[in-house]
Design a protein. Structure first.
Length: 123
């Protein structure tokens, strides 16, 4: 009986909010043009450009922070802010990680207009 109760408690604990997949590491954009390093910063995770295929080509720069204050969203993903060096604007940002793949999404107008980018884990 004691084992049954412990098993039920374990199942209830697992039914809580989904844990966010590990986002920390280096990620390469699907077009191969850039890499970002997601790392702890304060009580959150931030993303910084760590490599560019063609430095100086656009407004993006190595060392530039492009994801800010990313925290687990309770549904298995991450949310915070995303800076787009191409237009100089900051958007609400979301990220989902599945194995070696990550999808980031920046949105405006309360999520009505969004742009997604796919990434692959480098390490």
């Amino acid at each position: 009986m004691k084992r049954l109760i412990l098993a039920c408690v374990g199942v209830v604990a697992l039914a809580g909010p989904a844990m966010a997949a590990d986002i920390v590491g280096t990620w390469q954009r699907s077009n191969g043009e850039s890499r970002i390093r997601m790392a702890p910063c304060g009580g959150a995770v931030c993303g910084t450009i760590s490599w560019l295929k063609t430095p100086g080509k656009g407004d993006a720069k190595v060392g530039q922070q492009v994801f800010y204050d990313m925290k687990p969203d309770g549904s298995g993903g991450w949310e915070g802010s995303a800076f787009n060096p191409e237009d100089g604007k900051t958007y609400s940002g979301k990220a989902t990680v599945s194995g070696g793949s990550m999808t980031t999404k920046g949105c405006v107008l309360g999520g009505m207009i969004c742009k997604s980018v796919s990434w692959s884990r480098v390490n």
